[in-house]
Design a protein around this ligand. Structure first.
Ligand code: HEM
Length: 101
């Protein structure tokens, strides 16, 4: 199995790879350099479901809730997948928005 983390942290493909910069994806990455769901015969079969779930969760969070991070952030832990060190405690509250289309 390829080491996806190494590919995703290769500065040749992702300059300053440890810097959280979602805007880097405004330009599509070079093919076969961004493979969060793996590839080949064992590529993740839950790929499309996972993306749909993320889209639904983010949609509801940004349209119905407000949030803020509680306490200080302590960096990123680089295991097989990057995760916030000691979790990412956050507070969410429901907000009533006046959506007029
Ligand atoms: C953000 C969410 C997810 C990520 C980043 C992810 C990532 C991955 C990765 C990197 C692999 C290994 C691919 C390889 O070996 O080349 C994998 C395998 C797998 N994933 Fe996911 N996955 C996610 C969600 C899901 C979901 C929602 C399901 C099922 C509902 C799922 C089911 C599986 C299964 C069964 C395998 C093993 C496939 C095999 O060995 O043939 N995954 N996933």
């Amino acid at each position: 199995m390829p080491l996806f983390r190494n590919i995703h942290h290769n500065p040749e493909f992702f300059p300053d790879p440890k810097h959280f910069d979602p805007s880097r994806f405004e330009v599509a990455p070079k093919s076969n350099t961004f493979i969060p769901f793996g590839n080949g015969v064992h590529a993740c079969p839950g790929n499309e479901l996972a993306k749909l779930e993320m889209l639904i969760v983010v949609h509801h969070l940004v349209t119905k809730f407000r949030c803020e991070v509680v306490g200080q952030q302590r960096g990123i832990e680089y295991g097989r997948f990057p995760v916030p060190q000691q979790g990412l405690p956050a507070k969410f509250w429901k907000e009533v928005f006046n959506h007029q289309i």
